[in-house]
Unconditional design. Structure first.
Length: 425
């Protein structure tokens, strides 16, 4: 009997169990044995074949409603050494695996692509794109599974914090997961109507001065005060930290794939401290509370969209493998199965999986940007507006312009359309 092995790598995302269930049901119906490998590549990379479980239809028939992963997950990198890769291939051989289905984000996809090269003669391999970061190289309109549910739950959490901000007259700086791309931060900030959302894609330069981020936030606080409001919520993409000067970050650990452990950086707290000191030095009394948002989203029960989406991905990924195909990420585009060969996903310069970034020139981004409260080029065109802003920030007018004018110039340089009013759109 042929055997399908399923494993999950990277961080959790709503819908994992739906993929596992659909893949298991389709494989079992076609006479294929199914085994689940616990903790991603962790045990296989050590040559341990005991951490697996047999999966059957009755066991998985209702797990698509549940968050988390019945197979758990890990960030184990099987490509870290030739020995680890050899252990994985030997373990799969010992288990009699004919087909391997990996579920994960860019790191797991990269590991899968390397294994596909090694195993192409013995094991058929397919990958299912999973990440709440939504940063795998898919067409703009095709989301990765888990993203929609995470955005919806994140929106609800931020709505509660927005109400708290109004009630207590304070600001929240909320750092949202997203290692390199700002999709999740933007999706949550836009869905909740947060005061502003700042993402790394706004900054074309390789490194961002932390003072620039602090000035954007302080400028938003001042602009809100000028309109008579002392509260607000700023959403910060976690990936901003990756673009900060290493001297700013200090000593930070990396995972097995070499990625910074961004959750340890406390980006919101760093910016809260810097903005608070600047405002307090001029006698501006503002309470700022830093919050991190991400872990709350990853193991949520999937919404209706992600349930159906994940069942489709699991079914068609198994169909793809059992029909003699291999070496691709399985996607659903326009309701149709579209396998993307691993070789088309690799970045020619880095050799790693390409990252899908937010397109800040797109109409969807421009719409969200137009409703944010930030200092814009037009804020420096009227002497009356400059006077009101300077008064709200306890600045004299010349000093205010000297300090913040460059923010307007930055907006115009990065995207000339940004800053237009919602009515103009």
């Amino acid at each position: 009997m042929n055997t399908l092995a399923i494993l999950v790598g990277g961080g959790p995302a709503p819908g994992i169990n739906g993929v596992i269930a659909a893949a298991t049901i389709e494989a079992r119906k076609r006479g294929v044995r199914v085994v689940g490998c616990y903790d991603g590549f962790k045990w296989l990379a050590r040559g341990d074949t005991s951490r697996v479980t047999e999966l059957d239809i009755e066991e998985v028939s209702r797990i698509h409603f549940d968050g988390g992963s019945i197979l758990r997950t890990s960030r184990e990198n099987p490509t870290r050494s030739p020995e680890a890769l050899r252990n994985v291939t030997d373990a799969l051989g010992a288990l009699g695996v004919s087909y391997l289905l990996t579920i994960g984000g860019d790191d797991t996809a990269y590991a899968a692509s390397r294994l596909a090269e090694i195993l192409h003669r013995t094991v058929a391999l397919a990958h299912v794109p999973k990440t709440i970061d939504n940063d795998l190289p898919l067409p703009h309109e095709v989301v990765t599974f888990g993203f929609t549910t995470a955005c919806n739950l994140g929106k609800d959490i931020v709505m509660n914090l927005m109400e708290d901000a109004v009630t207590t007259d304070r600001w929240f700086f909320i750092t949202v997961m997203g290692r390199r791309a700002g999709h999740l931060a933007l999706g949550i900030g836009g869905g909740a109507g947060a005061t502003l959302t700042v993402i790394g894609e706004e900054f074309p330069e390789q490194k961002i001065p932390i003072q620039s981020l602090a000035d954007i936030l302080e400028g938003a606080i001042i602009k809100r005060r000028a309109s008579g409001k002392g509260h607000g919520v700023a959403i910060l993409s976690e990936g901003l930290a990756e673009k900060l000067d290493p001297a700013t970050l200090g000593s930070v650990e990396r995972d097995s794939y070499g990625n910074l452990r961004l959750s340890e950086l406390e980006l919101g707290r760093m910016l809260k401290d810097q903005v608070s000191l600047s405002l307090q030095a001029r006698g501006v009394d503002v309470t700022i509370v830093p919050k991190d948002l991400g872990y709350e989203l990853r193991c949520a029960p999937p919404g209706a969209f992600d349930i159906q989406y994940c069942r489709s991905l699991g079914y068609w990924a198994t169909h793809f493998l059992l029909n003699g195909n291999t070496g691709a990420m399985v996607t659903i585009q326009g309701g149709k199965l579209v396998p993307i060969p691993f070789r088309e996903m690799l970045d020619g310069l880095t050799g790693k999986i390409r990252v899908r970034y937010v397109d800040i020139e797109s109409e969807s981004y421009q719409t969200l940007r137009a409703y944010m409260i930030r200092l814009e080029p037009e804020d420096f065109e009227s002497q009356g507006q400059i006077k009101a802003l300077a008064r709200a920030g306890h600045h004299d007018e010349a000093r205010f312009v000297e300090r913040f004018y460059y923010l307007g110039e930055r907006v115009s340089a990065v995207s000339p359309r940004v800053g237009c009013s919602p009515r103009a759109i």
